[in-house]
Every structure is written in C-alpha cells, then in structure tokens.
Design a protein around this ligand. Structure first.
Ligand code: URA
Length: 244
C-alpha cells in the first residue's frame, strides 16, 4: 500500500505537491470514490482517476536542456511568452526541475518524475548549482567573502556559497566569476549581488549537480543517461529503484 499522493507522482502525472493540491481540491477518485484525505493508502489494484482520467504508469523521462535566454521555465505562461517545454519534443508531459529566469541561460533539467523533481530541488539535499555571473562593477574581496559566508534574504541567511575564477574587465568595468550555491531561492544569484549594488548583467548556469552543458548548443537538449540519473540521485542519498 502506498500514499495516494506518492503514487500519483510516481506515475509521472505531476509532482507530489501538485498531486496534493488535486486531492484536496476534490478531483481525485479511487475506484470511483472521491478522495480528499492526503495520505490515503492505495494498493496495486486500485484505479486512481484525476477528473475522470485514469492515471497510467507513465514512462519516466529525464532531459537536460541548454536553456536559451528568452524562454520562461514553466509549462505555460499567462503572458504568452515562449516556454522551455516548447523546445522539447516529448511524448509525455514534462516540467522543469526548478527554474531559471527568463533572461538566464544554461543547464535546465526537465522530467515527469515527481520524486526526482522533489529530490533535486529540496534544499536539504544541497545539490550544487554553478553559475557564470557577469556583474557591473568590480567585485571587492570583502564582498566576495560576505557572499560566500551568506547574507540575509527574506529574513534568512543564504547557505555558504563559493566564488571562484574572478576576472575583471577594466574597459567595460564589469566582473565575471563562478558562483556555486546549494539552494534555489527566487532570483537568488541576482539578489545576492544586488545586495552589494552589483547588477547582474548576464547569468548562465553551467552545472546542475553533476550535469554540465558539455556538447549541447543553446536550445538543444538530450535525455539523461541512466548512470547520470543514478549519480544525481546518489547526491541526495535517496535510494532509487535501481540501487535499492
Ligand atoms: N539565480 C537567479 O537570480 N536567477 C536564475 O535564473 C537562477 C539563479
């Protein structure tokens, strides 16, 4: 027997959080009976439906996209901007693992596996994200140390970060560096630099966990290889079907 929200997420239908919303909103039924109680246990032979549609055990899909600037990291956008989903030809519905801003480029994972998504974005799992950041102005050592130690954003301190490969462009009065963070707060990198009056003028994610852009060009994507999925999950310490 499994908790219903876990089972829906495991089917690849949506994330666990979305499944919880669907359950409490009264559109999920088990063997024809509406279930609104989170955590209701369901067995192998129970038929789960969402708004009357049967949830099939969908194939799990994992992609890495080199997100270009000018795309939004959601499945649809009310302002009708282009979404990252449009760049991927997938036979199942997928969604991005966390977000990159509209004007940020780089490594973006996409999946239909709710457990994988949660494992990758949960701050307790501390998956490293590395960004190539270009800022206005010259980065002082003190600023760099303060950013690495952590600064208050929305009342809580950011986790320790790393800043490496600092290069200044004297003519343009800009600085380029790599910043490694293990959280994914809203506009985190931009807000951290802006706290020291450095506007971020270019942002590119060059690594997510163990996944880099390697041979991808902007706008290109590929499926993750089974060993890449496994390595990412190993970073979280959560057992997977394959290594359980
Ligand atoms: N931090 C930001 O500010 N923007 C992103 O897109 C990613 C991290």
């Amino acid at each position: 027997m499994e908790r219903i929200q876990k089972k829906i997420a495991a089917s690849g239908y949506c994330s666990r959080r979305k499944a919880e919303e669907l359950i409490t909103s009264g559109v999920v039924a088990v063997n024809g009976e509406i279930v609104t109680q989170l955590g209701t246990k369901v067995g192998q032979n129970d038929v789960i439906t969402v708004s009357g549609e049967i949830i099939e055990k969908a194939l799990k899909k994992y992609y890495v996209l080199y997100k270009p600037e000018g795309y939004i990291s959601t499945t649809d956008d009310e302002k009708k901007r282009r979404t990252v989903i449009e760049l991927i030809d997938s036979e199942v519905s997928i969604y991005p693992v966390g977000r990159l801003d509209y004007d940020t480029s780089g490594v973006l994972l996409l999946t239909n596996d709710g457990d994988f998504n949660q494992a990758m974005i949960h701050p307790k799992n501390s998956i490293e994200k590395v960004y190539e950041v270009t800022i206005k102005g010259f980065l002082r050592k003190e600023t760099s140390y303060a950013l690495m130690r952590g600064i208050k954003l929305d009342g809580t301190k950011t986790k320790p970060a790393k800043i490496t490969q600092v290069k200044t462009n004297v003519e343009k009065a800009t600085t380029k560096c790599l910043m490694t963070i293990t959280e994914g707060r809203y506009h985190q990198v931009k807000r951290m630099f802006e706290a020291f009056n450095h506007e971020v003028i270019k942002l590119k994610r060059v690594r997510f966990g163990t996944i880099t852009l390697d041979n991808l060009k902007k706008g290109e994507y590929r499926s993750l290889k089974p060993h890449e999925y496994k390595t990412l999950m190993q970073l979280t310490g959560i057992p997977t079907q394959q290594n359980r």
